[in-house]
Design a protein around this ligand. Structure first.
Ligand SMILES: Nc1ncnc2c1ncn2[C@@H]1O[C@H](COP(=O)(O)OP(=O)(O)O)[C@@H](O)[C@H]1O
Ligand SMILES: [Mg+2]
Length: 365
């Protein structure tokens, strides 16, 4: 059988660049080299695309860029690439080393803005190349916490009480906005930039002073800010895989050591506990899985997504927190671990994602 040409794209302009490098290295190691001919493209933090042909380990530790640059100098070509929407030659990519490749599937292993938010997906649509994961709409809706909440609310998905403000509005009328928030919410409240990830720019504000600081901080990351009531409870996640008939994994639980699962707790402290699968009553497990699938379909997700919930102390309400269309994907990340305990091994997961990308593409054409 002819090998498939898979283009794996990693890095990117978002604050989650480093997470992408680790996810991509893990995926590249696991991909079956007998089945796939792999072309790797790194996107620098500045947004420059570079063809990368060096060792996988050097992606993870960030040295890939220097190696790509060295190859560029040595071989005397501009180490970049172009995607050509050439009609008949769909999926043809010209690498600036003179080579032209027909790409069968693109695997964008990118998290956050410009990777997970529909922008690069739009580029792939224009190119007419199948790609792993959610399409333009699902990607962008899931990325925008304000829009996602509003859409899911319309469909009756239980969520924390929330509101959305514009940072500009706040700057014009600070007192008015603060008073409105205090009328509607009890402290503590969560303040989040609408379009971010990795807990960047998120604050749990306990009083007016912290609230002001929190809004200023969120405003550095986005023009739109989401305010949420604090949910005291357990953090439960569920992995979903598929296109029209998705399956949901056994859920898992995250037990942060900080007051909430903030950036430090996620990536630096290393003290968070992960319980996979989560210790939940059977009916709760089933309800989480059903809701995860419902949410996935409502947002029109394809490929994969991790759907995150809270289970509220006292009431046991299952509240949706957020949907991640390109969740962390190292071998020990939550998404692969949840799929693993559900019976889908990491290597099989990658094969399935590639097959789902082709299935979706064929159905749309
Ligand atoms: N309404 C809330 N109540 C309690 N904790 C919350 C709430 N919203 C967020 N958190 C905490 O903040 C973390 C990050 O928030 P989240 O909305 O998941 O943003 P991100 O997209 O950055 O992961 C969550 O994992 C959770 O620990
Ligand atoms: Mg989250």
């Amino acid at each position: 059988m002819k090998k498939m040409n898979i283009m794996v794209i990693f890095g990117g302009k978002s604050g989650e660049h480093e997470i992408s490098l680790i996810s991509a290295a893990s995926i590249l190691r696991a991909m079956d080299k007998n089945k796939y001919n792999i072309i790797t493209i790194g996107i620098t933090k500045k947004g420059i695309w570079k063809l990368y042909e060096g060792p996988i380990d050097e992606i993870e530790n960030g040295n890939w860029e220097e190696i790509a640059d060295r190859a560029e100098r040595k071989e005397g070509f501009k180490n970049r690439m172009s995607l050509l929407p050439t009609g008949e030659d769909n999926g043809i990519v010209t690498l600036s080393n003179g080579k032209t490749e027909k790409i069968d599937v693109i695997f964008p292993v990118l998290h956050g803005p410009f990777g997970e938010d529909g922008t690069i997906q739009g580029l792939f649509e224009m190119m007419n190349i199948p790609y792993v994961g959610a399409g333009v709409l699902a990607s962008s809706v899931a990325m925008d916490k304000g829009i996602a909440k509003k859409l899911l609310q319309a469909d009756g998905i239980p969520q924390a009480k929330y509101d959305v403000i514009r940072f500009k509005q706040y700057k014009q009328d600070k007192t008015g906005i603060i008073e409105k928030i205090e009328d509607y919410f009890e402290y503590p409240v969560f303040i989040k930039p609408a379009n971010m990830g990795s807990s960047v720019g998120i604050t749990k504000a306990h009083n007016r002073k912290e609230l002001k600081g929190a809004i200023e901080l969120a405003g550095e990351h986005d023009r739109k800010i989401v305010i949420e009531e604090n949910i005291g409870g357990r953090e439960i996640e569920c992995a979903v895989l598929g296109n029209d008939d998705p399956i949901a994994s056994l859920p898992a639980e995250i037990i942060p050591t900080a007051e909430f699962y903030d950036y430090h707790d996620k990536y630096i402290a290393g003290t968070t506990r992960f319980v996979v699968p989560a210790d939940l009553p059977e009916d709760t497990t089933e309800k989480v899985r059903d809701t995860a699938i419902k949410v996935y379909k409502l947002l029109d997700c394809t490929g994969l997504a991790r759907v995150d919930f809270f289970i509220e102390d006292g009431t046991d309400r299952i509240l949706l927190n957020e949907v991640n269309t390109m969740p962390g994907f190292t071998k020990i990340s939550m998404y692969p671990k949840m799929m693993d305990v559900t019976g889908i091994k990491y290597e099989d997961l990658i094969d399935r994602l590639i097959a789902l990308a082709i299935e979706r593409f064929n159905e749309r054409n």
